[in-house]
Design a protein around this ligand. Structure first.
Ligand SMILES: Cc1cc2nc3c(=O)[nH]c(=O)nc-3n(C[C@H](O)[C@H](O)[C@H](O)COP(=O)(O)OP(=O)(O)OC[C@H]3O[C@@H](n4cnc5c(N)ncnc54)[C@H](O)[C@@H]3O)c2cc1C
Length: 263
C-alpha cells in the first residue's frame, strides 16, 4: 500500500521542484500507476493548480501540458487532425474512458513505461519534453535518460509535415499491449516506433531508403524486416520474443501500407 503523509498543491513550478528535491516526496500525475506502488510518501506534490491541463496549438507546434488527461489528448480536434486519428487509435485501448479522464500525459511520459501506447505515439512524432530545470530535450533522448527529480512541464510536438499510422496488439480488449507500433511518413522517409517489446518504445528510421514512395507491399515488408532486425524483443507472460518479432513485421508492414495510401 502507498501511504501519503502530507499533500501540497504547488502554486509555482519552483515550489513543486523544491519540494520534489526531497527524496521521500513525489509528484502526482493522475496517480493511477503510483497508487499501485508500495511505500511511504512524505509530501505528495499536486501540479493541478499550475494550468498545465491544456493543449496550446500554434501554427508550428502543440504544447501539451503535463496535467492534460489522456482523454483530452484523445479528443483534441487539432491533434486528431494532425495525427490523422493516430492519437485515438493509440489511446482508445487504454483501460476505459474514466481511466483516461484521470491518467495524465506527464505521468505517462515521465514514467517511460515499456508498455506505453502514449510514448510509442509521441516518439514517432517530432516530440520534445520541457523539463523545469533540464529545459527542452528531444523525447528520443528523454526516453533513455535516468529517472531524476525534475518536473516534466509539458510535451511539445512540432507540426512536421508527416502522415501517421498506429497499431497495437492486445490479447484482450483493455489489457496491456503485446506490441505497440506507430509509423510516420515524413519528408525524410518512413520511421517506426515500437514499444512493449516489452522494453520501452524505440525508433527506427529508414536509413537504407527501403520504403520510398510509391509504397508497395514489397517495400513495406522490406522495411518491416529491417526494423524487426534492429529491435530486440523479449519474452514475458503476454508473449514470446519470437511472437513479438513477428508482430513487429506484421504491424510495421500494415502501418506502412496505410501510410502509402495517404501519401
Ligand atoms: C491498470 C493499468 C493499465 C494501464 N494500461 C495501459 C495501456 O494499455 N497503455 C498505456 O499506454 N498505458 C497504460 N497504463 C499507464 C497509464 O496510461 C498512465 O501512463 C499511468 O497511469 C501514469 O499516468 P498517471 O497520470 O496515473 O501518473 P502517476 O501514476 O501519478 O505518476 C507516474 C510517475 O510519474 C511521476 N510524475 C507524474 N507527473 C509528473 C511530472 N509532471 N513531472 C515529473 N514526474 C511526474 C510520478 O511521480 C510517478 O513516479 C496503465 C496503467 C494502469 C494502472
Amino acid at each position: 500500500m502507498l501511504t501519503i503523509r502530507e499533500y501540497k498543491q504547488a502554486t509555482t513550478l519552483e515550489e513543486a521542484w523544491q519540494l520534489n528535491q526531497k527524496r521521500p516526496n513525489r509528484v502526482l500525475g493522475g496517480m493511477l500507476w503510483m497508487r499501485l506502488s508500495k511505500g511511504n510518501v512524505q509530501t505528495a506534490i499536486d501540479l493541478s493548480a499550475l494550468g498545465l491541463d491544456t493543449i496550446e496549438e500554434t501554427e508550428t507546434e502543440f504544447r501539451i501540458g503535463a496535467m492534460l488527461s489522456l482523454r483530452q489528448l484523445e479528443l483534441h480536434e487539432g491533434f486528431t487532425a494532425y495525427s490523422e486519428g493516430a492519437n485515438k487509435e493509440a489511446l482508445r485501448h487504454i483501460v476505459g474512458v474514466q481511466f483516461r479522464n484521470l491518467a495524465t500525459v506527464g505521468g505517462s511520459v515521465f514514467g517511460r513505461f515499456g508498455f506505453s501506447d502514449v510514448l510509442t505515439l509521441l516518439l514517432v512524432m517530432d516530440s520534445y519534453v520541457e523539463l523545469y530545470k533540464g529545459g527542452i530535450v528531444p523525447l528520443a533522448d528523454f526516453v533513455n535518460m535516468p529517472y531524476d527529480r525534475d518536473i516534466l512541464v509539458r510535451v511539445i510536438v512540432k507540426k512536421t509535415a508527416a502522415h501517421y499510422s498506429y497499431k497495437s496488439v492486445r490479447i484482450s480488449k483493455t489489457d496491456f499491449p503485446v506490441l505497440t507500433c506507430a509509423a510516420a511518413l515524413t519528408q525524410e522517409g518512413v520511421q517506426v516506433a515500437v514499444g512493449a517489446r516489452p522494453a520501452k518504445a524505440a525508433l527506427v528510421k529508414d536509413a537504407e531508403q527501403l520504403a520510398t514512395l510509391p509504397m508497395t507491399a514489397e517495400k513495406a515488408q522490406a522495411f518491416a524486416e529491417y526494423a524487426a532486425g534492429l529491435l530486440p524483443t523479449e519474452t514475458n507472460p503476454r508473449g514470446s520474443a519470437a511472437y513479438r518479432t513477428h508482430l513487429i513485421k506484421v504491424l510495421t508492414a500494415r502501418c506502412l501500407t496505410e501510410l502509402g495510401g495517404k501519401a
